[in-house]
Design a protein around this ligand. Structure first.
Ligand code: ACM
Length: 533
């Protein structure tokens, strides 16, 4: 039984009708702007799995072909990421107004195919081919921004690990990967004008697990791989707090002119850029250089400048530094995103995006700070920590793939799959309505997570719940939120994750196709720490 996550707006499965067969003679027939490139990306996956030739061609499509069409009017309302899919005895026809919509449709197709589509070793489909059930799908997302975040500062993850994550997120129709590139424990992106940021500043991570950073070419590889999957990379340089790595690399950024030692612990709120006039020249040059260099290698529209937990910065200094850093960021032409604390600054560039990370029931002044962005012409990304933070523990302290109990619990205790699935974005921040919400993001902070299997254990399956909240229609708009139905579809997704070798948590209550076997070992060995050379 096919199960699609996130649930499409409309899906008709005709189990009694003749399915489509993907066979050795199938072709991908592409027409319209960008369709051939999307077809090639899909063909790359399908060729590796089947060993079939699957040429991408133009012309007329036959009953054994998959047609990929980009053309205005393919989906109602011209939804940018919308698509329409028809499959059956006459072939597959996937149509969208944009290449982006077409790509989203290929991920539905991927989930409708047998899980062997995920194999990279030419599984050799049977002579009768692989089937796609007869189906009609019409689909478009609820929110424009559907993201996940990976903290590569507390623990560093290699480029190939990030690419794998991008592919898994694309399967769930997410369209943004926010990379938390800097924090107290490490600076992970090359800045040519401040080379010690990735010298001294990248030498450490939490618990002495070694350092690492992305060269500009590494970062470009991530951006390019993500772009082929219509995922935008959102770089975050966290300022003015969470800056010990930068401060340890450059004494002139410190008020006392003394560089602190590199930091390998997990405390927050102890570091800050300096707002005093004696440091103004160095700090403003730093802000201009880092925002310019990061913006230059970032084709996407956003630049995240942090702003959270600046507990070592006075309120007046915080507002001054936020004004200066957002000004420097906006000078690059990017739209600035900041954690909701940045809303304390009343001089944000119009349109600045606020990222809410309080709870489903807001605490402290999170509501007024978040509304400040909307008051200044911006919109909001919701990441309520008690339901959307992927680094919160699971209930019952399950051991992760390498034996450790993973995650934190400060956000109202552990977060179950049901909690990750059971919330509604509108109404969390009073006064913030549907049109004020740019989207939803699920962050993974990595204080306790040092390896790919651990990352996968925390991300999957809860990110699938967040993807559905971000994509599928709200209950008020006619969507449904049945935990039982979601669990059944998750079990189907699990077969794909199994084939991909993803070490997801086999959460109880989901009818996983392959039960956990005692002695299951993760596919990956513990990651070799990325030692700087
Ligand atoms: C955060 O969790 N400090 C944004």
């Amino acid at each position: 039984m096919a199960g699609i996550i996130p649930a499409p707006v409309s899906l008709e499965l005709r189990d009694d009708a003749t399915p489509f067969r993907l066979t050795e003679s199938s072709r991908l027939v592409a027409s319209g702007e960008g369709a051939a490139a999307v077809a090639e990306t899909f063909a790359g996956l399908a060729r590796a799995a089947t060993g079939f030739e699957l040429p991408v061609v133009g012309g007329a499509a036959g009953a054994s072909d998959l047609e990929f069409v980009v053309g205005i009017g393919s989906v109602p309302g011209r939804a940018i990421e919308g698509y329409a899919l028809e499959s059956g005895a006459d072939g597959v026809r996937l149509a969208a107004d944009t290449a982006e919509g077409l790509f989203r449709g290929t991920q539905t197709l991927r989930q409708l195919l047998p899980a062997e589509i995920e194999r990279a070793d030419a599984a050799r489909a049977p002579a009768s081919g692989w089937t796609v059930p007869a189906a009609s799908v019409a689909d478009a997302p609820r929110f424009a921004y559907r993201g996940a975040m990976l903290d590569v500062a507390r623990h560093f993850f290699a480029v190939d690990d990030v690419l794998d994550l991008v592919d898994r997120l694309a399967l769930l129709k997410l369209n943004a990967l926010h990379l938390h590139l800097t924090d107290d424990q490490g600076w992970r992106i090359e800045i040519e004008s401040w080379p010690e940021l990735t010298g001294i500043g990248a030498s450490t991570s939490v618990d002495g697990h070694g350092g690492g950073f992305y060269t500009k070419d590494d970062y470009r590889r991530i951006v390019e791989y993500a772009a082929a999957r219509f995922i935008t990379i959102v770089p975050e340089i966290d300022l003015p707090g969470h800056t010990n790595a930068a401060l340890s690399a450059y004494p002139e950024l410190n008020c006392d002119g003394v560089a602190p030692p590199p930091y390998e612990g997990t405390e927050v709120g102890f570091s800050s850029l300096c707002a005093s006039p004696e440091r103004e020249e160095a700090t403003d040059r730093f802000l201009a250089d880092i925002t310019r260099e990061v913006a230059e290698i970032t084709p996407g529209p956003w630049l995240h400048l942090g702003g959270d937990e600046s507990l070592a910065t006075s309120e007046a200094d915080f507002r001054d530094l936020v004004r200066r850093m957002t000004r420097a960021g906006a000078a690059t032409g990017k739209t600035i995103i900041g954690w909701h604390e940045m809303g304390a600054c009343r001089e944000l560039r119009a349109g600045t995006i606020g990222q809410y990370w309080s709870f489903v029931e807001p605490a402290g002044d999170a509501v007024s700070l978040t509304k400040s962005f909307v008051g200044q012409g911006g919109r909001v990304i919701l990441s309520p920590a008690d339901v959307a933070y992927l680094d919160m523990k699971y209930p019952d302290d399950p051991e992760g793939p390498l034996g450790a109990v993973l995650g934190l619990d400060w956000a109202k205790g552990p977060t179950s799959l049901e909690e990750a699935y059971g919330w509604e974005p509108v109404g969390i921040v009073p006064g913030i309505g549907e049109s004020d919400i740019l989207g939803i993001e699920a962050p993974l902070w990595t204080e306790t997570i040092a390896t790919v299997p651990e990352l996968e254990f925390m991300v999957f399956p809860r990110v699938a719940a967040i993807a559905e909240i971000a994509w599928s229609p709200s209950v008020a708009a006619g969507g449904s939120r049945s935990e039982v139905d979601f669990a059944a579809r998750l079990a189907a997704l699990g077969t794909h994750l199994d084939t991909l070798g993803v070490s997801y948590h086999r959460v109880a209550g989901v009818p996983w196709a392959r039960p956990l076997r005692t002695g299951d070992v993760p596919r990956f060995l513990p990651m070799t720490p990325h030692i700087l050379t």
